[in-house]
Design a protein around this ligand. Structure first.
Ligand SMILES: Nc1nc2c(ncn2[C@@H]2O[C@H](COP(=O)(O)OP(=O)(O)OP(=O)(O)O)[C@@H](O)[C@H]2O)c(=O)[nH]1
Ligand SMILES: [Mg+2]
Length: 446
């Protein structure tokens, strides 16, 4: 595969000022000669007239020539900066079909990986950077692309291999007990690593939340004003609001950027006992979404006196918010009673009004604080994918097994397996199916 010369449109399809077609592979030089007459100086932008096989002009283009191995993929590469009209791109692509073949999604980055230009975790950083919609996502992707995640895992792996050499030295003492100093040194190193892996695993949700969105559930009794608040937070009328209790049935999700991070807000059905099968299913879904959310906003009609506030408070956890809605009206017994309970269980209390907007700015800044505190960087670069988490879990299990092994040979084997599991994160241990799965998610041209 790696011997073919590939090409692809690297910019988004459609009309634009400039469109970039990228080439990589051993036939790149020849393709440039065929298209542009001669190959420009390396890494210098040169204006060239591109022609088809019959000498017809296709475009006036800026041509860049990157001879391997100092190129993105490590192979000979080129970029054609064309005028971004569909007809121009089409004509140049047709001409290139005779000189190379269209690239698969992620094929340029896969070749870069295969030539050692970046490791697997860095390649994932490239994909995430292209997909990044918030500054938080971009920052995390740039860290991963820059090798922060890889360096941490490689350092852990190097420490494992160092301990392994100590253990293997101990194996060579025949029929005797392991010298206590060797055993002690290896054990101390492995215990330290176990602590670090535990830390990274405890932190595992963070990186995935930055990529996929921090989840906030809006919950409460029927008619409390959940949908009104949800609409106000996402600044559009996505959910239906009526004076009839039990209006919302399904969970309605909508994204919003808060504090530079992607947040997924969910409006849910009002929680109460119901004989109506549809409503009961809505309540079940509301509970399920709330249980796996990162934060819950418990909405209570603060002006109410029906004791409806009791519903849904059992879904909250310390650190969640009680929103005393309808603050434009006089506070009623429901507001006072709910506040008392919320105080007791450690909820943050904010009066708001979805009708006249009071308290909304305070709510947004309080949410901003929560999201930033939950998602900003800690001691480790975040693990951003389930694939990373799975490798960390295996490494941790093997490390724990090594520490409780009764024979040094068995401990050594466990340490070897732990190192292998960590190596999978950067692609040092490159199972073909892992590579296929990672690169298939890229866009064409990258
Ligand atoms: N005065 C006042 N009325 C409000 C406020 N927020 C919502 N309402 C009214 O309260 C009623 C219920 O609002 P919704 O947003 O549909 O309430 P909900 O909690 O989503 O209700 P369900 O979907 O039935 O669970 C509507 O008549 C709203 O206009 C507020 O801040 N002040
Ligand atoms: Mg509703």
């Amino acid at each position: 595969m790696a011997n073919e010369t590939i090409f692809a449109l690297a910019t988004a399809a459609g009309r634009s000022a400039v469109a970039v077609i990228r080439l990589s592979g051993p036939g790149t030089r020849e393709a440039l000669q065929a298209l542009a007459g001669r190959v420009p100086a390396a890494r210098r932008a040169s204006l060239r007239t591109l022609k088809d096989a019959g000498g017809q002009t296709l475009d006036q283009a800026l041509v860049l020539w990157f001879p391997g191995p100092e190129s993105y993929t490590g192979e000979d590469c080129a970029e054609l900066h064309l005028h971004g009209g569909a007809a121009v791109v089409e004509a140049v692509s047709t001409r290139l079909l005779a000189l190379g073949q269209p690239a698969e999604p992620g094929e340029f980055t896969r070749r870069a990986f295969e030539h050692g230009k970046l490791d697997l975790a860095q390649a994932e950083g490239v994909a995430d950077l292209i997909d990044a919609e918030t500054s938080g996502q971009a920052r995390q992707a740039l860290d991963q692309l820059g090798g922060a995640l890889s360096r941490t895992h490689e350092a852990w792996r190097a420490a494992l291999i160092e301990s392994l050499s100590l253990l293997e030295a101990a194996v060579d003492f025949p029929d005797e007990e392991v010298p206590p100093d060797v055993d002690h040194a290896a054990r101390a190193a492995l215990e330290g690593l176990l602590g670090q892996l535990d830390g990274a695993l405890a932190d595992q949700a963070r990186g995935q939340r930055v990529r996929e969105g921090f989840r906030i559930a809006v919950i409460g009794a029927p008619n409390a004003g959940k949908s009104s608040l949800f609409n106000a937070l996402i600044e559009r009328e996505a959910a239906i609001v009526t004076a009839t209790p039990g209006t919302t049935r399904d969970v309605i999700e909508a994204p919003r950027v808060i504090g530079g991070y992607k947040v997924i807000l969910a409006d849910t059905a009002g929680v109460r006992e119901s004989d109506d099968a549809i409503e009961a299913e809505g309540v079940r879904r509301a509970r399920a979404w709330a249980a796996q959310a990162d934060l819950r906003l418990w909405v209570v009609d603060g002006a109410g006196s029906s004791a409806a506030w009791r519903h849904a408070h059992d879904l909250t956890r310390a650190g969640d918010f009680l929103l005393l809605n309808k603050a434009d009206l006089a506070m009623g017994p429901d507001g006072a009673e709910a506040s008392e309970l919320a105080d007791f269980v450690g909820l943050k209390i904010l009066p708001v009004s979805a009708s006249d907007g009071r308290g909304m700015a305070d709510l947004v800044s309080a949410l901003e604080e929560e999201v930033i505190a939950a998602l900003s960087a800690r001691d480790f670069p975040a693990v951003t994918r389930q694939r990373h988490v799975e490798s960390l879990i295996v490494a941790r299990e093997r490390l724990a097994a090594a520490l409780s092994a009764r024979q040094v040979e068995l401990a050594a084997e466990d340490v070897r397996l732990a190192a292998r599991a960590l190596g999978r994160i950067t692609g040092r241990i490159d199972a073909e199916e892992v590579l296929g799965a990672v690169f298939a998610k890229f866009c064409i041209g990258k």
